[in-house]
Design a binder for this molecule. Structure first.
Ligand code: 4GM
Length: 250
């Protein structure tokens, strides 16, 4: 899957493509990470990419001509790709959307804004979709595009070491991930739950399911209302309720 980022700060993005699992995925040929400096597409000798807003007011607005030229160049390199503009007004990105986009396997061209905004005609003529990573404003779209690329890339088979590790991720099936431990068995009096040392795979599976449900119930109860509980989950929660009740009775 091809990722291309159009930005005024290509170094921000290049270092992201050069580290960790993302760079490994690129080396393995599973994903492509590229970037284009929007300033290279400015139309005058001062390399202007922004201008004052019509109607007055403070701040500078990104001009349409360099953005159009950069987007057309990116489209020429990757004609099948979808053009996504990062903005706080966009559709909210989520784990569900990450799965959708990874499955579609269509390349993505990210347009990252800077300054106080972008000429409205960019949104209406050059962009397939606006995406947002949350209800807050940043100085540029670069971090948002990297968040999205990271979340999608790790779902592409082979990018992470094992396929198992992303199947049990938080938010998949609207559940948070279960508690995990590694050595030592005891740290400053804090012990690893014994079941995890038992080697009993069925007991471990049930313990993990319970841990996942407990965490979701305590930290993100909104997720439990969204997806309904299956029979096994109901049983586990009922059992937890009984455990709590017996504590109160004693
Ligand atoms: C306004 C318009 C994305 C601001 C376009 C970008 C937050 C997000 C910017 C832009 C951004 C977000 C740059 N801030 N919540 N700032 O995903 O690109």
């Amino acid at each position: 899957m091809d990722f291309m980022v159009l930005t005024l700060f290509p170094e921000l993005v290049s270092s992201f493509f050069e580290h960790g699992m993302i760079s490994r995925g690129i080396e393995k040929g599973l994903i492509k990470g590229d970037y284009i400096n929007i300033r290279n597409f400015s139309c005058d000798r001062h390399n202007t990419v922004d201008d004052r807003p019509y109607g007055g007011g403070s701040g500078m607005i990104m001009k349409i001509e360099p953005l159009q030229a950069a987007i057309l160049h990116a489209k020429k390199k990757a004609p099948e790709s979808r053009v996504v503009l990062m903005s706080p007004q966009g559709n909210r990105f989520s784990q569900e959307r990450a799965f959708e986009l990874a499955l579609q396997n269509q390349g993505l061209i990210f347009v990252c804004g800077r300054y106080e905004g972008i000429d409205e005609r960019v949104y209406t003529t050059l962009v397939d979709e606006e995406l947002s990573i949350g209800d807050y404003v940043m100085t540029g779209g670069e971090l948002a595009s990297m968040v999205i690329i990271d979340a999608i890339a790790r779902l592409i088979p082979g990018v992470l070491g094992s396929c198992e590790s992303c199947r049990s991720d938080s938010f998949t099936d609207n559940r948070l991930e279960y508690a995990q431990y590694t050595r030592p068995e005891e740290f400053e009096g804090l012990k690893v739950p014994e079941i995890l040392l038992s080697g009993n795979h069925e007991k471990i599976r049930l313990w993990r399911k319970k841990s996942s449900l407990q965490r979701t119930f305590l930290k993100r109860p909104d997720l439990l209302q969204k997806g309904c509980l299956d029979a096994e989950e109901k049983k586990i929660l009922k059992q937890w309720g009984q455990e709590l009740e017996s504590l109160v009775k004693e």
